[in-house]
Write a protein that binds this ligand. Structure first.
Ligand code: UDX
Length: 435
């Protein structure tokens, strides 16, 4: 199948590369010249496991190319995926500026019948709007059909998720579009859900909102466990073994961040407002998450009279491991509060340092290893469960910290592992262990 993908960002690039690996002829169109030049050389502008290998392999075998030119990129393409960003506007709703730009550019240059597929996360009704708008702007007498094919990719495992996801959702009110999209996606060999446009759009929002709610729920139970003497790790295990609940996304911590959950929960709330429907559960998911981000600072303030002048080692700043993404990372609020309390911060993150420096306060000193961050600090705080942070030996905290006190926002150690190690250990939803 001849396919064009508009937008070589995180979703577009992974989608384009994986579709080319299935044997399709794919051209990715992006207006960023520098990015396109890099991609043509086989270099990926983002780090995703396995992506560079597939990128180079498919460029070499002639299945994949890149361009900044719509006319050239759309030539002979039967299917055109739109995979541009839909960031959050100030009122929480989705910003459709890039969708509108892509729609106008396709309409201007497309000179043959095609199927337009939306990968981007968009509010219910947007696909119909894209079709109407594109039809009104077309410069040739051609027919376009439309389908929604939302992505469910996690950063850091996006290539794996593309080939191993739980399902593929295809929404269309057009028979031919549904048939062609099904044919393309059969290559992934995953269960396919066929539905209408608006339900496909809703599935994406509802899935992310549900997962975010699951996290906020377990965080609430964690806080209550702490106050009532239960251990959230045991509670989550016991709950998760019930297949109706499932064990995934039951890890209590300092709240969710990233480019999807915060944005999509707010967008869904805003969609509700537009149709005069309030969603108290989702509202509280967002509220609980904001509160959860500050919980580790509250714990520290409870433990010490004051944080003024305390040297604190911050371990991990990315919103989750295996990504350099700092968007909505809990570390943003936590480091801000700690600095306001007068603490001195020395931070370590294996890959997010460059991005973190553009977002976090200049007052934070960055180091290149856990050791360096911990040496000479008074206490340490884990904010991201990177492998090297998870496996940093407890005895080293004892050796290097002036007071062997560890605040673990990601429950990296079990309570039993910490007992008797000479480290005072505060975590989320579990009893505190004294040194
Ligand atoms: C998410 C969805 O998983 C994906 O399907 C969607 O397309 C995009 O958003 P991503 O943001 O990459 O993916 O990360 P994910 O692994 O889902 O984690 C999101 C956040 O939730 C992270 O901050 C993570 O630390 C937190 N989280 C996750 C928890 O606090 N507890 C959990 O049990 C799971």
């Amino acid at each position: 199948m001849d396919i064009a993908v508009i937008g070589a960002g995180y979703v577009g690039l992974v989608t384009g590369v994986c579709l080319s690996d299935l044997g399709n002829q794919v051209t990715c169109i992006d207006i960023n010249e520098e990015k396109v030049a890099m991609l043509k050389r086989g270099e990926s502008p983002i780090y995703e496991e396995g992506l560079t290998e597939l990128l180079q392999k498919n460029i070499q075998r002639g299945n994949l190319d890149f361009t900044t030119q719509y006319r050239e990129g759309l030539a002979n393409k039967r299917v055109i995926y739109i995979a541009v960003d839909t960031p959050q506007l100030e009122d929480g709703s989705a910003n459709l500026t890039y969708i509108n730009k892509a729609t106008a550019s396709i309409a201007e240059h497309l000179d043959h019948d095609a199927i337009i597929v939306t990968k981007s996360t968009v509010p219910m009704g947007t696909n119909e709007y894209i079709k109407e708008r594109m039809e009104s702007l077309l410069t040739h007498d051609i027919t376009i059909k439309i389908a929604s094919n939302p992505e469910f990719l996690r950063q850091g495992s996006a290539v794996y998720d593309t080939f191993n996801g739980d399902r593929i959702v295809i929404g269309s009110d057009d028979e031919e579009a549904m048939r062609v999209l099904t044919e393309i996606n059969e290559g992934f060999n995953l269960p396919i859900v066929q539905t209408d446009l608006r339900s496909a759009e809703m599935i994406k929002y509802a899935s992310n909102a549900f997962l975010a709610t699951k996290i906020s729920f377990i965080n609430e139970i964690a806080n209550l466990s702490e106050k009532t003497g239960a251990n959230i790790q045991h509670v989550a295990k016991g709950m998760g073994m019930d297949k109706r609940i499932g064990s995934a996304f039951l890890n209590a911590g300092i709240g969710y961040g990233g480019s999807c959950f915060p944005k999509d929960t707010n967008a869904l709330l805003s969609i509700g407002e537009q149709v005069n429907y309030s969603m108290p559960i989702l509202k509280n998911t967002v509220y609980t998450n904001e509160r959860q981000k500050g919980i580790i600072v509250d714990k520290m303030l409870e433990r010490f009279d004051s944080l003024e002048g305390k040297k604190i080692a911050i371990l991990g700043v990315a919103f989750k491991p295996n990504t350099d993404d700092m968007r909505e990372a809990p570390s943003i609020l936590i480091t801000k509060r700690l600095l306001e309390e007068g603490a001195n911060l020395r931070a370590y993150d294996p890959v997010a340092t460059v991005n973190a420096k553009t977002i976090l306060s200049e007052e934070i000193e960055f180091t290149t290893s856990v050791d360096e961050a911990v040496k000479g600090a008074d206490v340490a705080v884990i904010l991201t469960e990177w492998e090297d942070i998870k496996h940093y030996p407890l005895e080293k905290y004892k050796q290097h910290l002036s007071h062997p006190i560890l605040f673990d926002g990601r429950n990296c150690f079990t309570v039993d592992e910490v007992k008797g190690q000479g480290v005072e250990y505060h975590s989320i939803g579990r009893p505190t262990i004294q040194a």
